[in-house]
Design a protein around this ligand. Sequence first.
Ligand code: ATP
Ligand code: MG
Length: 322
Amino acid sequence: MTRIAIVEGDGIGHEVIPVAHQALELLHPEYDYFPVDVGYGRWEQTGCPCADADIAALKTADAVLFGAVTTPPMRDYQSVVLRIRKALDLYANLRPVKSDGFDILIVRENTEGMYSGIEEIGPDRATTLRVVSRTGTERIVRAAIRCAGQRRGKLTIGHKANVLKSDVFFRDICIAEAQNAGVEYNDKYIDALGLDILQHPGAYDVVVTTNIFGDIISDVSSYLVGGLGLVPSANIGDRYALFEPVHGSAPDIAGKNIANPIAALRSAAMLLAHIGDQEGAERIESAIGTVISSGILTRDIGGSAGTWEFGEAVLKALGNCP
Ligand code: ATP
Ligand code: MG
């Protein structure tokens, strides 16, 4: 029996994940779906944002559909999503950005770099250690090369090697792996890449980069497709996989029924593709396309439909698909 963990999390996760969950239920009523409650809301209620038992529950799933969690700016609050990524060793964060004329996959290293968690705040100085390991770099670039092999076979390495020694290390390992695999590659400074990806999106296939650069580049690239409400992501390790929108919990719009559920729906589509149902994934994508073409749009992309109105239209289109 295929088991899917459903984590709404916080903020708009409570609005967009139920839509994506319904789409999965519609396509696969035979799967076993079970909720896992983690995040800031859970912390407010119980004093614990994510227990060991929650991690254990996530590990029993074939895949996790995840909303977003709020990380409050408290010094001793440990980010739940970072904890989950580490516990499940979800080292590759895949963020597809595609539309007419371009199809880019951003492959972000997900476990180290600026998010090493090795940091301290002193009275006059704060430091964060940027860790780039050989093992971490080899496994992310190999994942990116595998993705390129299933796509158009071109790899771009994003880095800041002109300033950061840790990125000289990252770039050189990536180049060696690309040469070894015989994949076509180029490399670009991450700041220049940020502009070029907006100006010439069609020039890119797979972009591999370190943790925070990947986060920023994918938010920037989401401009190409209409914003954060549209971009899904996969967090993949060798054993576990978690699918979540690129956006966060968006506390500013939470509870207002205006969040765009497309990123969550597309995350559900990536989940299906990952567990082997490519056709189901395509059905979700095409249902989204049908609804957009019919003029039903949420506010962030120029319409006035609410989260549920849009979601119901997608579910209806899914139901009508052959
Ligand atoms: P977090 O700390 O959880 O990441 P955040 O304040 O950074 O939260 P994000 O979720 O990253 O917020 O979103 C940034 C902005 O993009 C929000 O202010 C919101 O207005 C917009 N946004 C994000 N997701 C959506 C969505 N699904 N639909 C519409 N607008 C969105
Ligand atoms: Mg954010």
